[in-house]
Design a protein around this ligand. Sequence first.
Ligand code: ADP
Length: 466
Amino acid sequence: MPIRLRLTLWYLLILTIVLIAVAAGVYGFVATEERQSVDRILRERAQSFASAYAGEIKEEPEAKAFQEVGQNYGEDDVLIYARAGQIVWRSPPRLLRVADFRSIPDVRSAIDRAFGGREQHASFGDIRVIAAPIPGARFVFVSTESLAGRRGALLRLRNAFTIVIPLALVIAAIGGYFLAARSLAPVAQMTAAASHIEAKNLSERIAVHNPSDELGRLGAVLNALLERLERSFQQQKQLLADTSHELRTPVTIIRSETDVTLSRERTPEEYRLALEVIRNEATHLTSLIEAVLLLARADARQLRIARESFNLGDVIRQSVQSLRTIAEARGIDLSSTSEGPMTMQGDPELVRRLLLNLLHNGIKFTESGGRVRLDAHRAGPQYVIKVSDSGVGIPREAQEHIFDRFFRVDSARGRDRDTTSGAGLGLAIARWIAHAHGGDLRLLQSTPGGSIFEATLPASVSELAV
Ligand code: ADP
């Protein structure tokens, strides 16, 4: 059932209950008022009868006194009861056409109670009955008065209600339905807008008419979601485009090397050289694909990051050790210092990758005879790892871009086919690893005399960032 119909029905149900309750209240109030006014008439009649009787009894015997007073009440259906239940005097029957009122149970008990000294009232259909003790005497005065004549107002009220309430409900139903339809119209618009947004037009947004109401906030949330989707979609597209571009060079080299080599008969030495070129390119391709896969999975948040306890000092020593041969081959002094036990929580493999990328860059961009150092120490809740080199440095205008994907200061510079990276992804990956551990990676300084990178890694991570 559509929401607007449901809303209208609920609204109608509540309104019906309220209207009926109000009508019943008003009706009850008017009815009580009328009964009380009839009771007042009866009470006054009883009082005037009693005072007239009090006057007469001074001069006449009881029966005569009733006779005398009763004459004035001939029209009023008056009966005088003695305690034993016998009728001492009665006017001609008018409203209650019964010989003895005591034959009506309610009236009878009212009469009996009245002998206790207090005025009593009872009803018999539309007729109100009073039973009032006559002060100073052993008798009870009983009289009747009809409510029928006064029912007109009540009847008119009831008629008015039976017309006004259904009419009000119909008007409220129509109004409520239109109101609900009007307030829900943006939902229909949003549904239509959202349903035709797809990968091709992710940049489209849902129109938000009133940002401060609930639907406006829903629209804003949906738009923010689209924004994130678009960004991640764009990121993936960019990654794909850059990757294809990067893959082209090694694949072209492999193909042309193969074509040239196969174009005529070669000496074994020439074949060996050609195969070496192909192997280097294949190695480069492998590391490029690995790096791209890692970033793609990180973007898609599909990468599971271990949260194990390990010794950062060990990881540092292993990383330095694995690059020592390359450093020595290039005539670079590679060293590291670290203080005390360095237990940390996280993914040792990723941390190793971060350190390798930084150290490897240092080695790549440092001339023979230079040095690359890694210094690690604990500062409060985190470890600070500084990797410095005496290399060529990074031009000022390039410094803000070095963490961008596929960014290289100069693609010719430092291009080394033996490296694990070289497509401009090393620092992007390293920074992502630092962020994933709740830390950071930044370039502290870079001059033509060398560069210093600083990574901070929390020693323990209660909640890994990714
Ligand atoms: P790559 O994998 O190509 O080295 P990175 O993302 O690691 O890519 O680095 C991006 C660019 O930043 C490099 O191409 C290089 O120009 C520059 N760079 C990174 N580290 C250093 C460094 N220690 N010294 C000089 N330049 C560096």
